[in-house]
Write a protein that binds this ligand. Structure first.
Ligand code: DAK
Length: 264
């Protein structure tokens, strides 16, 4: 297993928490963090040592930022080719996170800016503390979002709102982020991570085969015509009838008890 210097891992009850741990730089994404995020996705992927996780929580250390963006100091002297390669590194890591089979929750407590918001958007959804701030401030630096922000933000909140956020570079608070559908829920800052873990535990209790199947179909369907997406849904739905979990879930309902899913 690779050694990690900028990420920490914590595993309990089927929930793996991955924390970007560079709090003195507000967890800004330098090359090392991006490489380690990619390596983290390998640990959580089908062949990794953490493949058994039911849910992943992705967060940032220090209580002030999730991630305050790509590391501006690391980018200042980059040539065009280096800039392209730096962006490709992030894309590779974020795509690998998005493609993980299990749900990934981005737990944002503080700033999620630029590459930080793009990282959060590569998760399945975002939970925010009341103290959080979101934005794509790249135009202030003479660039545009470089890790898929132009695409993922527009899909999440609609093209008009995405344009406004990206063209102005302004920050919005958690309440506004909730209102526009950028975050799934906002929790009080006090006890935020406990609230996120509680939600993660709820998902972890569900049938993992059904949850991962839903994730696959939702993601695969986002960029195809709806008829093809619905066909994928039918196939996945049918396949679940071959699982023990499906029989257990339906039997438990009829027997008025809680289901005990085994992921088989
Ligand atoms: N990069 C590097 N260091 C950062 C940083 C960042 N993005 N954000 C904060 N820091 C560092 C600060 O420099 C400071 O370090 P020291 O001076 O103490 O050594 C430390 O973190 C604490 O930050 P502040 O002192 O600034 O803290 P404040 O509370 O006063 O302000 C803030 C917090 C989040 C409002 C402020 O730090 C801020 O505005 N940060 C920058 C936010 C930002 O603009 N983020 C977007 C970055 S651009 C591309 C590839 C990628 C991208 C684009 C193109 N290609 C290659 C094409 C993506 C770009 C971005 O993400």
């Amino acid at each position: 297993m690779a050694d990690f210097e900028t990420l920490t891992f914590e595993s309990a009850d089927g929930i793996v928490t991955v924390t970007v741990n560079r709090p003195q730089k507000l967890n800004a994404l330098n090359e090392q963090v991006q490489r380690e995020l990619w390596a983290a996705a390998q640990r959580l992927g089908p062949d990794g040592d953490l493949a058994g996780a039911a849910v992943v929580i992705l967060t940032g250390a220090g209580g002030k930022a999730f991630v305050a963006g790509a590391d501006i100091k690391a980018m200042i002297d980059m040539t065009a080719i280096q800039g392209r390669d730096f962006s490709a590194l992030g894309h590779r890591a974020f795509d690998a996170i998005e493609a993980l089979p299990m749900p990934v929750i981005a737990a944002v407590d503080g700033f999620a800016l630029g590459g930080g918001l793009e990282l959060a958007m590569s998760a399945d959804f975002i939970y925010a503390s009341q103290a959080s701030r979101f934005g794509q401030p790249e135009v202030n630096l003479g660039v545009i979002p470089g890790y898929g922000g132009t695409q993922r933000l527009a899909r999440l909140v609609g093209p008009a709102k995405a344009r406004e956020l990206i063209y102005t570079g302004e920050m919005i608070d958690a309440a506004e982020a909730l209102r526009i559908g950028l975050v799934a829920q906002v929790f009080p800052t006090e006890g935020f991570m406990a609230a996120v873990r509680e939600r993660a535990a709820l998902i972890a209790k569900r049938g993992a085969l059904a949850v991962t199947s839903a994730k696959r179909v939702i993601n695969a369907g986002l960029d195809v015509p709806i008829e093809r997406g619905c066909e994928m849904e039918r196939q996945a739905f049918g396949l679940l009838f071959g699982t023990e979990d499906r029989r257990e879930g339906m039997s438990a309902f009829l027997e008025r008890r809680d289901p005990q899913f085994k992921g088989r």
